[in-house]
Each structure stands twice: as structure tokens, then as C-alpha cells.
Design a protein around this ligand. Structure first.
Ligand code: PEP
Ligand code: MG
Length: 835
């Protein structure tokens, strides 16, 4: 077959994929090709062919062209976030097109303003079948200019015609770090020198040697025995060369007898000096439980490598995806579980994930094998982005892998059944596994890895299951059947405690249960300290359901509505009307109680699909919170209009996240005042700020002159004060808001606010931490916005405290040497008070 010439689909500067500011494209994870930085506004067909897919957002299209070459053209980077607005499709899937025909027209200016880059990758996605022999980069091109020349890979034809030779051999991996990115790239390079198609196979999984992501996804470690497989005319030579390459160690450290390097363990137990028989962990969901250890070890679902034909496998995958989607959509419930299911459905509908699986099927794979390959490759990409929050989302992908494979193979996914009183132990847990637990049987979770902000942590909290994460390797020594005391609040698991400790724990659990029942019974009463000082007991909300739970638990209002959680599953920004309806519904459930609506806090660890933010090296220090809103005035205005539309005016107060300077408050208030004028609202509307940056805490006295109230976000204030990423399990053990440095910032905030007569609240995690409450009150905090289910306990605790004693306690805590010392101090304080 002769060479295939592809012409430029765009007018613009043609360049190498290396110049695309996106790791997935630049890394050729979806295929090799070229990129064009466009100056024109239409995308043309680079060859005759047929439209295979057109993304619903209009920004990406795939074609099957002459000779069977498959092409993906993706206009700009992260343009899926634009929700289709700048794109107009001129063709439809299934349509035949001729070279030069206009496929998509687009508004270049709109993309330039809203997306991180307009550079458009043009990729050959079936690179196994075609080799690029010439790139026409480094020059201005017009539609019609040849930019890529391809040749079919001869081996393909040979395999097709002759059935091809299949050869395989086993090899032990000597490299100390296994097959990581560099060896994977070397393997790909060597494989390209042969016409045969080759794969590495580990266990039941295989990956082509030409895809680094797939190879990494096999998780090949030092000492693993893997199979090198090849098919085609020179298969034997290819296998011999690859085996020699791997056996030779590729210049990597080989250390044949050394054990593989230990992963960087969170090892909180190592950071804390705990007596024998106790394991330290990081609090993921509060509570206290006594139970019996039971490991959850789920075997990997086995799937064959080879499929039964493209058509059969494509239909099997389609059916399995449909069944999982339908099950997720039909599951009852709202709140965190529903939001997580919505996120899973979005993953199932992800075109790129599906295209990757389809490529595996077209390559002859079984549907399950292809799906596993696609999800693992994407999970690897997420884990490699250096963002712990995104890495935690990789668990969601692995969860979906399992659900779809279970559907395909009929493997067991029924609710996990455990005896009553089980404390579940796991290396890691998937969100769907937590959702499937019966809270009447499982009384707590102890997890070796995991992150305190993962979906698993959120779900455990919603289900009322105490949970510790990041316990580290020592958890592996706990055998099934061992008696455990899980003190999540104290960050400790007691393993096989002596009878005396157990008896004490039973007494504690009994007292806690009685106290919880009494607190709930009294939750409707006002919240005052023992000496009569009014403390507002509010609740943090992320959904309408949360508001219902808050009211049922006696919350006197909401000190934080996390509005970014309301529109998680959206890929277009909600307009003012939609927002007004939702805020109004929540305000209605609160029946007139105050509702503090926080302006969208996206960016950093909270990406929103509908707001494009260019990749950042340090997202926590980048475009997040109010910085995003001020950079996108239309988003800010729509949200403020939504809030101001709620009646009665004044029930909703406005709160600005991540404030660092006066100018941000002044800018928001100016928009609020302009909109009040336009909407005919005479009443003043309160605008307060979150104190989450050390800058805001230190200058609280200045900021308070411009803000109606201040509410301290102790989660972020702690991470910024201690320079410890709140989502990184490696530093999780050190993140404690009772660190004296954080307490000093809180004290400083309260003093600054008092100079202007402003009230100060806390809406971060410390408001739901029983040991923090006396300190916060002692430091001058008068509003505490806690997790809805903690409100009864919060109110009961406040009623036992007196301001003077809390103040004396706080003064001592400010001078303490560590968070541990502060916690011990408060424990003694509460014990003395109870005596
Ligand atoms: C905080 O930072 O403490 C806070 C309440 O905001 P979020 O946890 O939503 O970042
Ligand atoms: Mg915050």
C-alpha cells in the first residue's frame, strides 16, 4: 500500500506534539501526530473518510480515513469545559467527508479567552497499524498543505494475510524500580524497530509495547516474571531483543537481591509515639467503636485477553456500560452518595475513556480486558498529575473498572455481608464498596492507605461510620477476628486490648451512646454556655438533604453552604435562575434560619468541570476561591443574582472564600451593590469573609473594617499555616488545626474583628472537633458551623462550658509546644470539668 498524505485541517502554525501544554497529548498517550496553533476558524477534513464520532461538546472529532487510518482532532486544550458554546459542527457521525471539507467551525476568540490553549492536536489513534514517516511541523500551514505522511505497518498486513507468527518468552525484571516511565519508553523504542506487534503480559493483563501508559498500568515490579509476546513476520527477533533489553536492566539500578523500594508510607504511627498495641491513623470520619477485625480482600476479576470478534465485544461492552449506568442512576438517595454516583456516571460517559476501550476491542481484545486497560491508563494519568485530590479520583475509576467487569463476567458484587460488630480493615476501599456496606453490621473502618478528603472518607462520615485512614503497613499485622477499639477522634486503634482496657472502652461507648441520645433529645434548645453566653450552633451544608439533616439535629442556621458541591455533576455553569431555585429551596428547608452562602470555591483541590482552569504547578497556591470569581465576572454575577433573588432578602448572607486582601472584598461588595440597584433591593445584604489564608488572619483588623463577619476556614488555614497539603496522606498525620501556630492565627483574627465589633465564626473542621470547641470559645469565637450530625453533641458540649475557664485554657494552649500537647490539655480540662 502506498503512503497516506494527510493535509492540514487548520490554518496556523504547525508544531510538534511536544509543544502541546497537556501531558496526555504531549506524551502521545492517545496517539502520535502533529499539532497546529490555529489562526483560522474552521477545521477541515485532512483526507477523505467517514466521521466516526463527534463529541457532544463539538470540540473533538474522530475520522476513519483512507486505508483505515483513524484520526482524532481536538480543538484546543480542556475545551470540553466550554460546554460546546464556541463550536458549530458541520458534519454528523456516520457522514462521508472529502478532503478539505469543513467539519467544525469555531469562535477562536472565545476559545482563546476561556481555554488554557487553542493548540489543536491531530493524532493517529491506531498507531499500531500506521507509522508516521514525515511531519510537516515548524511552519505556517493552510488547509490543503500536507502535514503528515503515514505508511501502513507491514507486519499488520503480514499478520492479516498469513495469520502471523506468534512467539513468546518469559523474563524476570531485574530493575530495582520495575517498569516505570523511562524503561517503558525504552521498550517502546526498541519495539518500533520491528514490524511485529509486541506486548508485555503480567498476570492476566497485557499491554502493547508501544503505549507507555498501558505498560505502566501493568504495575510491573522488581522481581516480577513477565511474558514478552509478539506476533508478525519478525516476532522471534522482536521477542529476543525485548527480552535482552529487559534482562540487561536498561542501565537502571538492578539490585537483584534487594527488596523493591518501599512506597513513601504515610506512617502516622511512626510520627506519633504510641504504646505497644496501638496503631495511629488519620481521622477520616469521627466516632468510637468496639468490634472484631475483618479484612476486606477482594480478588481481581479475571477476564480473558483475547476477544470473540469486534462486533461481539463492542456489544458486550455497550450492554455492560448501560447496565452499570442504569443501576447507578436508579439507586435511591441524595447527598454525598448521589453526588458520587453522578461523578461515576460522568466517568462512564467519558468519550475518551470509551474511545480507548474501543481501540482495545478493535485490536482484538476481550471487552473486559479493553475496559480494564482504558480505566487503568486513565487512572495512571490522574495519579501522575501530582494533585492528591485528582489521585483520589483514580479510585473512582478503579471502582468503575470493577463494576463493569463484574457486569461482564457475572462476578459477585452483591452487598458485602459481615457479622454484626465488624470493624472493616482494608488496604484501600472503593466508594461503591463503602456504599454497599450494611451500617447495622459494620461499625467502623480502618484503612492502611486512603486520604482524609477522599470520597470514601466523605461517605463514611455521611453513614456515621467512624474511620481512620493512612494507618500504614502495621495494620497488615492485625489478624481477622482480633478485638479492636477504634477511637477515630483520638486517631488510634487499640489492637487486642487487655480486658481492663476493653471494659473501660465499653463503658466509654455506653456513655457516648447515652450522651448522644440525650444530646439529640435536647438538640432543639438554644445554645448557650453554662454561664449564659450565646454561641450560635450552625451546620455546614452541601445539599438540600444536608439542610434537612441539619434542621432535624437542631442547627440554628447554616454557617457555610458549599455551593461548589451543588453543581458537581454539571459540565456547564448553572445560570442565575437555577441557582436562585436551589438556594431558595435550601433556605426554605431552613425555615427562616440564617443561610451563609459561600461564593463558589473552585480551583485548588476542588476542580469544577464547567470552569476551565489551566493546569498549575501549585494549584493550592493558584487560581482558587475568590480569585476565580474575580477572573470570571459573569460566573460571579450569575451567582450573586441567584443569592439576591432568594426571599426574604437577608436570610441569605454572602461569604467570600480564600480572601487575602481588602481589594477582593471591595470588588465583591461593589458588584453586590450594583446588582441590588438593578434588582431593586433596598435592604442591605451582609457580605462576610472566610479567613483561610495566614494573610487574612494576620490582617483581620484591617479586613474587618470592610466585612460584616469573619468565618475561619480551619481546614485551609491549617494547610497554609503549616505548609502541609490537606489532601496528601504523606503529611496527614501532621495536619492538626490545634497546632499552636493555627491557634495563634485564630486568636489574632478574633482580636482584629473585635476592634470593629464584628463576630467571628469557625466553619472548618475544628468546629466539629469536640476537643477544639472549648478552645475556640475561649479564643472569642461565637458561631460554630459543624457537620450536621455533630450539632446535638456540639450544643450539649457548649452547655457544659464557662467562658472564663475556656479563656484560661486557650491562653495556656497558645503557649503549648505541639498539637499533641494541646489535645492532652483539653482532655484533662474536660475530665476535670466532668468530675
Ligand atoms: C475550610 O477551608 O476550612 C473550609 C471550611 O472550606 P473548604 O473545606 O470547603 O475548603
Ligand atoms: Mg477552604
Amino acid at each position: 500500500m502506498t503512503a497516506i498524505r494527510l493535509t492540514a485541517p487548520l490554518k496556523g502554525w504547525a508544531c510538534s506534539l511536544d509543544e502541546v501544554p497537556d501531558a496526555v497529548f504531549a506524551g502521545r498517550m492517545l496517539g502520535d501526530g502533529i499539532a497546529i496553533d490555529p489562526v483560522g476558524t474552521s477545521l477541515h477534513a485532512p483526507c477523505d473518510g467517514e466521521v466516526l464520532t463527534l463529541h457532544s461538546g463539538g470540540h473533538a472529532i474522530t475520522l476513519r480515513g483512507v486505508g483505515g487510518v483513524e484520526l482524532l482532532m481536538h480543538i484546543g486544550i480542556d475545551t470540553v469545559q466550554l460546554g460546546g458554546a464556541p463550536f458549530t459542527a458541520r458534519v454528523a457521525p456516520g457522514e462521508r467527508v472529502t478532503q478539505g471539507q469543513v467539519l467544525i467551525e469555531f469562535d477562536l476568540d472565545a476559545i482563546v479567552c476561556a481555554a488554557p490553549s487553542v493548540v489543536t492536536p491531530i493524532l493517529v489513534t491506531n498507531g499500531d497499524a500506521f507509522r508516521i514517516v514525515a511531519h510537516g511541523g515548524g511552519r505556517m500551514v493552510e488547509p490543503g498543505d500536507v502535514v503528515l505522511t503515514l505508511e501502513p505497518v507491514a507486519a499488520r498486513e503480514a499478520v492479516a494475510e498469513t495469520g502471523g507468527e506468534r512467539v513468546s518468552a518469559e523474563v524476570r525484571v531485574p530493575m530495582a524500580h520495575g517498569i516505570h516511565a523511562r524503561p517503558a519508553a525504552r521498550i517502546g523504542d526498541v519495539a518500533k524497530g520491528f514490524s511485529a506487534t509486541s506486548w508485555l503480559v503480567k498476570g492476566g493483563a497485557q499491554a502493547t509495547t508501544r503505549g507507555a501508559v498501558g505498560l505502566l498500568g501493568l504495575g510491573i515490579r522488581h522481581g516480577d516474571v513477565i511474558e514478552v509476546r509478539a506476533s508478525g513476520a519478525d516476532a522471534a527477533q522482536a521477542v529476543a531483543a525485548l527480552v535482552a533489553l529487559i534482562e540487561g536492566g536498561m542501565g537502571e539500578a538492578t539490585a537483584p537481591d534487594a527488596p523493591p523500594p518501599a512506597p513513601i508510607a504515610p506512617a502516622p504511627a511512626g510520627l506519633r509515639d504510641l504504646p505497644a498495641g496501638q496503631l495511629g491513623g488519620t481521622l477520616a470520619a469521627a466516632g468510637y467503636a468496639i468490634g472484631t477485625a475483618r479484612w476486606l480482600r477482594v480478588a481481581e476479576i479475571e477476564v480473558p485477553v483475547d476477544g470473540q470478534g469486534i462486533e461481539v465485544e463492542a456489544q458486550r461492552l455497550e450492554r455492560a456500560l448501560g447496565a452499570v449506568r442504569a443501576r447507578l442512576a436508579a439507586a435511591p438517595g441524595t447527598g454525598a452518595g448521589a453526588a458520587i454516583r453522578a461523578a461515576h456516571i460522568a466517568f462512564l460517559d467519558d468519550d475518551d475513556l470509551r474511545a480507548e476501550a474501543d481501540r482495545g476491542i478493535v485490536g482484538g481484545q476481550d471487552a473486559g480486558h479493553a475496559w480494564r486497560g482504558a480505566t487503568r491508563a486513565q487512572a495512571m494519568v490522574l495519579k501522575g498529575l501530582g494533585d492528591s485530590r485528582l489521585a483520589e479520583r483514580a479510585d473512582d475509576l478503579l471502582d468503575l473498572e470493577r463494576q463493569v467487569l463484574a457486569e461482564l463476567t457475572g462476578a459477585e458484587t452483591a452487598a458485602l455481608a459481615f457479622a454484626p460488630g465488624t470493624i472493616l480493615l482494608a488496604d484501600d476501599l472503593l466508594p461503591s464498596q463503602v456504599m454497599a456496606l450494611d451500617p447495622a453490621a459494620v461499625v467502623g473502618l480502618a484503612i492502611e492507605r486512603g486520604g482524609p478528603t477522599s470520597h470514601v472518607a466523605i461517605l463514611a462520615g455521611t453513614m456515621g461510620l467512624p474511620a481512620l485512614v493512612a494507618i500504614g503497613a502495621p495494620l497488615q499485622d492485625v489478624a481477622d477476628g482480633t478485638t479492636l477499639i477504634l477511637d477515630a477522634d483520638g486517631g488510634v486503634v487499640h489492637v487486642d486490648p487487655p480486658e481492663a482496657v476493653l471494659a473501660e472502652a465499653r463503658a466509654i461507648a455506653g456513655r457516648r451512646a447515652d450522651a448522644a441520645a440525650a444530646a439529640l433529645a435536647a438538640a432543639g434548645e438554644a445554645c448557650r454556655t453554662a454561664d449564659g453566653v450565646r454561641i450560635e450552633a450552625f451546620a455546614n451544608l452541601g445539599s438540600v438533604e444536608d439542610a434537612r439533616i441539619a434542621v432535624a439535629n437542631g442547627a440554628e442556621g447554616s454557617g457555610l453552604l458549599r455551593t461548589e458541591f451543588l453543581f458537581l455533576e454539571r459540565d456547564t455553569a448553572p445560570d442565575a435562575t437555577e441557582q436562585a431555585a436551589l438556594y431558595g429551596e435550601i433556605a426554605g428547608v431552613l425555615e427562616g434560619r440564617p443561610l451563609i452562602v459561600r461564593l463558589l470555591d473552585v480551583g485548588g483541590d476542588k476542580p469544577a468541570p464547567y470552569l476551565p482552569i489551566a493546569p498549575e504547578e501549585n494549584p493550592a497556591l493558584g487560581l482558587r476561591g475568590i480569585r476565580v470569581a474575580l477572573a470570571m465576572p459573569k460566573i460571579l454575577e450569575a451567582q450573586l443574582r441567584g443569592i439576591l433573588s432568594v426571599r426574604p432578602v437577608g436570610q441569605c448572607r454572602i461569604m467570600i472564600p480564600m480572601v487575602a486582601s481588602v481589594a477582593e472584598i471591595v470588588a465583591v461588595r461593589a458588584v453586590v451593590d450594583r446588582l441590588r440597584g438593578e434588582m431593586g433591593i433596598a435592604e442591605r445584604v451582609e457580605v462576610g469573609i472566610m479567613v483561610e489564608t495566614p494573610a487574612a488572619a494576620v490582617t483581620a483588623g484591617t479586613l474587618a473594617a470592610h466585612a460584616d463577619f469573619l468565618s475561619i476556614g480551619t481546614n485551609d488555614l491549617t494547610q497554609y499555616a503549616l505548609a502541609m497539603d490537606r489532601g496528601n496522606p504523606a503529611v496527614a498525620a501532621g495536619i492538626d488545626g490545634l497546632h499552636p501556630a493555627v491557634l495563634q492565627l485564630i486568636a489574632h483574627t478574633a482580636q482584629g474583628a473585635a476592634r470593629h465589633g464584628r463576630w467571628v465564626g469557625v466553619c472548618g473542621g475544628l468546629a466539629s472537633d469536640g476537643l477544639a470547641v472549648p478552645l475556640l470559645i475561649g479564643l472569642g469565637i461565637t458561631e460554630l458551623s459543624a457537620a450536621p450530625r455533630f450539632v446535638p453533641e456540639l450544643k450539649a458540649l457548649v452547655r457544659t462550658l464557662s467562658i472564663d475557664r475556656c479563656h484560661a485554657l486557650a491562653t495556656r494552649a497558645l503557649a503549648a509546644a505541639s498539637a499533641g500537647e494541646v489535645r492532652a490539655m483539653v482532655r484533662d480540662f474536660l475530665k476535670e470539668q466532668a468530675a
